[in-house]
Design a protein around this ligand. Sequence first.
Ligand SMILES: [Fe+2]
Length: 239
Amino acid sequence: MIIDFHSHILPGIDDGSPDISCTEELLREEMRQGVGCICATPHFYASHVSVHDFLVRREEAFVRTRHMCAAKGLAVPILCGAEVYYFPGMGEADKLPELTLAGSDVLLLEMPFAQWTDAMVQEIRKILYRQHLTVVLAHLERYFPFQKKKGPWEEILDLPVIVQLNAGCVFERKKYKFALKMLASDLPVVLGSDCHNMDGRKPNLEEGRALLAKKAGWEAIDAADTEAARLLARIPKLP
Ligand SMILES: [Fe+2]
């Protein structure tokens, strides 16, 4: 099954889908492309919103989406998570587990678009070993250009983290090459569209997967599907 591990399909909660009609279009397009399960991962910024308020807003957006799906006969499973932006102290933040994917231990972490530091390495260690969460690094291909000093980057990738790649990486030569390198590595990889809308950031897993498979082989894409399914199997109650 094709799983979209990263998307902004919920209406009116972040810079993704602005309203329920855009959400409907996004879902129809995901289904047309053969996506069988969508992780809804709106942005969470600890500096802007409390965990409580975020979860209330996400639930409202999710309920509206579910009602629309029921009314229009759209039957694709949607799992609620978050794309949690890095913040100092997150390794000890007791509410962090509330931001995981659908009650599992899986946390989609967005790192800063800047040089990574030793403090970030320590924070991720705490998330893994004190909070016992599974860290999925969102769109890893987007941070690479900022890592002039490779130490922290290498230390983080030596930890038992999962790499999430955006399907859109295939449209930029350097990111495409980087993604192929990741798919050929021993690191576990999952794929996402990171779709926001039907204009500049559309669902694109169909095209992205095909172009990745062209160079990396379908077995690499199958391995990513298997990894995503393995993570979803940790959700206590799948819909
Ligand atoms: Fe995103």
